[in-house]
Design a protein around this ligand. Structure first.
Ligand SMILES: C[S@@+](CC[C@H](N)C(=O)[O-])C[C@H]1O[C@@H](n2cnc3c(N)ncnc32)[C@H](O)[C@@H]1O
Length: 220
């Protein structure tokens, strides 16, 4: 009897920052501009408490791995996709970071161990509104579909960040537009102990938003 194995798409590779990253059509192609997210986390690392960084929605792992390398911290990388996690583990090993990185195949809203606190969080949720995912036929729907306004997963990331961010820590979340950053900021103002402290726009490719705990007045 003949059995046919489902064939995998061909593995491709690019250099992200200075890291070789393998991926295939089952995960989102790494986008070179997003190395700015790793660089921002490395910049923030100087003023942050010690401890590992967390990446939500890691895909093939490139943003988190570059941030781990640049900040000289350990990392926990989370994605719901088994294929993404396999690539993230493989890419960590090739970068010599396997001993510094834990890859968790978990959902954003169920990825934390009890009591876990992180000084730095990177989040790269899907942010394309569902009605527009058809414009990107090459991209896996799981990687880009952010629900009706594109912010379903971003809100889940913010809720998780709110549960685990050190009071002196910082998070950088990736979104599609300034309008989405404004909408998420409005949502956060009522439901999370976080503020959008800075927004950096990268033309029509996307935006990065820095999230921090609000400043509290010193006790008298
Ligand atoms: C926009 S891609 C980001 C991939 C990579 N970090 C990047 O920026 O190129 C979003 C990722 O989120 C993952 N994802 C989607 N829903 C998720 C969920 N509920 N929990 C965890 N990961 C999820 C997808 O598998 C995908 O890898």
């Amino acid at each position: 009897m003949h059995t046919t194995q489902p064939s995998c798409p061909p593995t491709r590779q690019l250099t992200f920052g200075d890291l070789p990253i393998a991926y295939d059509d089952r995960v989102l192609d790494p986008r070179p501009w997003t190395a700015a997210q790793s660089a921002w986390i490395a910049e923030l690392s100087h003023g942050a408490p010690s401890g590992p960084l967390l990446e939500l929605c890691t895909g093939a792992g490139q943003i988190g791995l570059l941030a781990v390398r640049a900040s000289d911290r350990d990392g926990v990388l989370v994605d719901i996709s088994a294929v993404a996690c396999e690539f993230a583990r493989g890419n960590a090993a090739v970068a010599g970071l396997a001993g510094r990185v834990e890859v968790r195949q978990r959902a954003v809203d169920d990825c934390l161990e009890p009591g876990e606190i992180f000084p730095l969080v990177v989040a790269d949720p899907p942010w394309v509104p569902s009605s527009r995912t058809g414009r990107f036929p090459e991209d896996p729907v799981l990687a880009i579909d952010g629900g009706s306004d594109g912010l379903d997963l971003a809100r889940e990331c913010v809720s998780t960040i709110d549960r685990c961010l050190d009071p002196r820590g910082a998070a950088v979340i990736q979104l599609g537009s300034i309008a989405q950053a404004d909408a998420l900021g409005d949502w956060m103002s009522e439901r999370a102990d976080l503020v959008a402290a800075e927004v950096r726009a990268f033309g029509d490719r996307g935006v990065l938003v820095l999230l921090r705990r609000p400043a509290r007045p010193e006790p008298a």
